[in-house]
Design a protein around this ligand. Structure first.
Ligand code: NAP
Length: 270
């Protein structure tokens, strides 16, 4: 198959390129890539905001992965409709299920609605928080400084970016039964539990942290400014009272358990 991947240099997209390139031809795109061919992967510099590029790029592909660049997905969707794309996998977010409104929920719901209206056969993958968010703790862990945590007892089933990519790869290349998958890791862990694991794998030391809940409620999360940080903070506050339960969807698609945080942390700390 030939598969086009947008957001191919991102945390999900880079794993997706690696996983699919073992067996398929890949057109990998991003705004900052250097155009080149490496084995089965051809890299194209392409901005989703550019109306000119996408019809030609999508013309001969069997399936495509859409990174939800907010406000910039309609040219891609119009071009995919024009060329009669047969399979689209959309990176969305568990935020669309929230009862509370947020900008993150609104923008993801808008992209889902655009894709739905296009009629292109689509599978939506909706991850919960990424394990990769915890990479922001590594500089403090490595330097022995306290890791700033808001709502340290917030408990969420963070999902490995490798699993999001693996589910997307399966949805792109095989028949799957559902049009929406809610992706989580195998269990809910508090931030303190995750920090203890990541610190142990990185330096062997116990977790060292400082509670910044009050500051974060006033000034926002230091590592994640803007709407994504505001959204994460609301989620942390909520899940410090009510832990978010895991789903079985990674297992359903891949036929194996979702990657455990301890396994992810071993790779992340390397
Ligand atoms: N972090 C979480 O916990 C979480 C949870 C659920 C859902 N999500 C959603 O997942 C997405 C983030 O995924 P990620 O972490 O894999 O992303 P990422 O690491 O930030 O990578 C973004 C990718 O998209 C490309 N890109 C960005 N804007 C583009 C544009 N206008 N045109 C073309 N390419 C563009 C970037 O490459 P260039 O810069 O080279 O263009 C890069 O390849 C967001 O939509 C977020 O809401 C995140």
């Amino acid at each position: 198959m030939k598969i086009l991947i947008t957001g191919a240099t991102g945390r999900v997209g880079s794993h997706l390129v690696r996983q699919l390139a073992e067996h398929h031809h890949i057109a990998a795109t991003g705004r900052t890539v250097h155009p080149r061919t490496q084995g089965r992967v051809t890299w194209h510099r392409a901005d989703l905001a550019d109306p000119q590029l996408w019809t030609a790029l999508l013309d001969d592909v069997d399936a495509a992965f859409l990174f939800p660049a907010f406000g910039h997905t309609h040219h891609f969707i119009d071009a995919a409709t024009e060329v009669g794309l047969q399979k689209l996998v959309l990176l969305s977010s568990a935020a669309v299920n929230d009862t509370q409104n947020s900008l993150i929920k609104t923008v993801h719901a808008e992209v889902e609605a655009q894709v739905e209206a296009s009629g292109i056969p689509t599978v939506r993958v909706r991850p919960t928080v990424f394990m990769a968010n915890d990479l922001a703790w590594l500089p403090a862990i490595r330097s022995g400084a306290p890791v700033p945590l808001a709502y340290p007892d917030a408990s969420m089933p963070a999902v490995a970016e490798q699993d999001i990519a693996a589910v997307a790869a399966t949805c792109l290349t095989q028949h799957v039964d559902r049009d929406t998958y809610e992706l989580t890791g195998p269990q809910s862990l508090t931030q303190l539990e995750r920090l203890a694991v990541l610190t142990k794998h990185t330096t062997g030391a116990p977790a060292f942290w400082t509670d910044i809940t009050d500051n974060a409620e006033r000034d926002g999360l230091p590592d994640m400014p803007g709407p994504p940080g505001e959204y994460l903070l609301r989620n942390l506050a909520r899940s410090s009272h009510t832990p978010v339960p895991p789903t079985e969807d990674v297992h359903e698609v891949l036929g194996r358990a979702a990657i455990d945080y301890r396994v992810w942390a071993t790779g992340a700390a390397a």
